[in-house]
Design a binder for this molecule. Structure first.
Ligand code: E4P
Length: 216
């Protein structure tokens, strides 16, 4: 499973990239607002830190407007992935960009039928939002399982990018289903390393090692 960081905070991205485990980054207009940074400037910095796909989202709602914005964004670097909303214009834009060799991430997916449309439009990634579905008492993880089944039925190459991840259980369940990618806030990714028995085990080993009086 590929790990993407869902953030526009460059220092957080650098720290995760240092682990060697970061495969990409996703941003959206809300994350750009939260960063307080200029959109183009921060994306230019991110693509230098992470060689994998970096999603940058268009804000136009019509196909022509999306194409114009995508033109600006895709010039930034080869690893830019254009993020478009799951609307008829978004999917028309997805089809045009993906036919032209540009990576496209179709975002704001909340149903398996929407995911089917995105795959037919040639999306590189489909982003189902698990957390926001859970928020309205629908199972986000059930949606991931449905999309996996449908994509496998037809051998679609579109990668399932689990988004709106809120906790490590979302990642565990998505990995069990076979989702291709997950994007999560850095705080959630760091939680994956933690287990109290690991911390206790290190403390006990160090104590015993000190008692031996040896050095490596
Ligand atoms: C990523 O591509 C999405 O925009 C993001 O995961 C949405 O997460 P949220 O529901 O926590 O805002």
């Amino acid at each position: 499973m590929k790990f993407f960081a869902d953030t526009a905070e460059i220092e957080d991205i650098r720290k995760l990239a240092d682990t060697g485990l970061l495969d990409g980054v996703t941003t959206n207009p809300s994350l750009i607002k939260k960063s307080g940074r200029d959109f183009i400037e921060v994306v230019k910095e991110i693509v230098k830190v992470v060689p994998g796909p970096v999603s940058a989202e268009v804000v136009a709602l019509d196909h022509d407007g999306m194409m114009k914005e995508a033109e600006v964004l895709r010039k930034i670097a080869d690893n830019i992935t254009i993020k478009v909303p799951l609307t008829p214009d978004g999917l028309k834009t997805c089809k045009a960009l993906s036919s032209d060799g540009t990576m496209v991430n179709v975002t704001l997916c909340f149903s398996a039928n929407q995911a089917l449309l995105a795959a037919k439009a040639g999306a590189t990634f489909i982003s189902p939002f698990v957390g926001r579905l859970d928020d309205i008492s629908q199972s986000g993880i059930d949606l991931i399982a449905d999309i996996r089944m449908i994509y496998d039925n037809y051998d679609f190459g579109t990668e399932i990018l689990v988004a709106s991840v809120r906790n490590p259980v979302h990642i565990l369940e998505s990995a069990k289903i076979g989702a291709d990618v997950m994007t999560a806030p850095p705080s959630v990714i760091w939680q994956l390393f933690k287990h109290p028995l690991t911390d206790n085990g290190i403390a006990a080993f160090l104590k015993d090692w000190e008692a031996t009086g040896q050095q490596i």
